[in-house]
Write a protein that binds this ligand. Structure first.
Ligand code: 0O2
Length: 212
C-alpha cells in the first residue's frame, strides 16, 4: 500500500490520540485544581508505526481490510498511576464517560502475562470528527503504575534489541524484577494514604508560593 494511503488511514487515529491525551491530562489537572489527589500521574500516547502495524498483521494473520476492526491498538494511550488502587479509579472514570465506550477490559494485573508483563488494558470505541464526517475508531488504553511502566519499558527495549529472543539469563532476571515490582507496588500501597497527604500539602504549598 502506498504511503499516502497509510497516512489517510492513520489520520483519524492521530486525532484520537491527541484528543484522548488532552482529555486524560485535563482530568489530572481538574483533580489538582480542586486540591484533590489525582489517580493519574502521567499520560502518554502514540499512533502505531506502519512497520509495527505490518509486523502485527503478519504475526496475527490480519488482512489489510481487517486492520481497523482487528487491530485494536492503532491508537494507544498510556495512563500512568502512582499506586495499584489508582488503576481501578481510572477504569471507573473511563466507564463513567459519555465519550468513551468500553469494548473490552484485559486484566494483566490479577494475572500477569507469561513474560511477567503487568498492566490493565481497556479497549474503547471513540468517535472523531473528520472532514468526511464522524468516524468511530478503537483505541487501547494501557493503565499501569510507575513501577509496572519501568519494567515494561525496559523489557520492551530488550525485546527490540534481541528481536523477541531474549537470552535465558536475562529472561530470568526480568522475571525476578517483575516479582520485585509486585512487592514494591504492595509496599507503596501500604503507605499510600501518608504519601497522598504529603503530596497534597506539598502541591498546595507550591501553589501558594507560585501565586505570591
Ligand atoms: P507496541 O510496540 O507497544 O505497540 P499480542 O498478541 O500480545 O501482541 P494483543 O492481543 O493485541 O497482543 O493485545 P495485548 O497483549 O492486550 O496488548 C498488546 C500490547 O500490550 C503490546 O503492543 C504492548 O504494548 C503491551 N504488551 C503486551 N505484552 C507485553 C510484554 O510482555 N511486554 C511489554 N513490554 N509490553 C507488552 P505491541 O503491539 O506488542 O507493541
Amino acid at each position: 500500500m502506498e504511503l499516502q494511503m497509510w497516512r489517510e488511514i492513520l489520520c483519524p487515529y492521530d486525532l484520537a490520540v491527541e484528543e484522548l491525551k488532552l482529555k486524560f491530562v485535563h482530568i489530572m489537572n481538574e483533580y489538582r485544581t480542586a486540591g484533590r489527589y489525582s489517580p493519574i500521574e502521567q499520560v502518554d500516547g502514540r499512533v502505531k508505526s506502519i512497520s509495527s502495524i505490518l509486523d502485527k498483521m503478519q504475526r496475527k494473520k490480519i488482512n489489510i481490510n481487517e486492520i481497523e476492526t482487528d487491530l485494536e491498538d492503532i491508537a494507544g494511550i498510556r495512563v500512568i498511576c502512582q499506586f495499584v488502587e489508582d488503576i481501578d479509579r481510572v477504569v471507573e472514570i473511563i466507564e463513567q464517560r459519555s465519550d468513551m465506550e468500553i469494548k473490552t477490559k484485559k486484566d494483566y494485573i490479577t494475572k500477569a502475562k507469561d513474560s511477567g508483563y503487568r498492566s490493565f488494558h481497556v479497549i474503547i470505541y471513540y468517535d472523531v470528527d473528520t472532514i468526511y464526517g464522524k468516524k468511530r475508531i478503537q483505541a487501547e488504553i494501557q493503565i499501569r503504575t510507575l513501577a509496572m511502566n519501568f519494567w515494561a519499558t525496559v523489557e520492551h527495549s530488550l525485546q527490540y534489541k534481541y528481536k523477541e529472543n531474549i537470552p535465558e539469563h536475562i529472561t530470568e532476571k526480568l522475571m525476578n524484577a517483575a516479582d520485585a515490582i509486585v512487592v514494591l507496588d504492595k509496599e507503596m500501597s501500604i503507605v499510600r494514604d501518608e504519601i497522598m497527604d504529603a503530596q497534597n500539602s506539598f502541591r498546595k504549598k507550591a501553589n501558594i508560593v507560585s501565586e505570591i
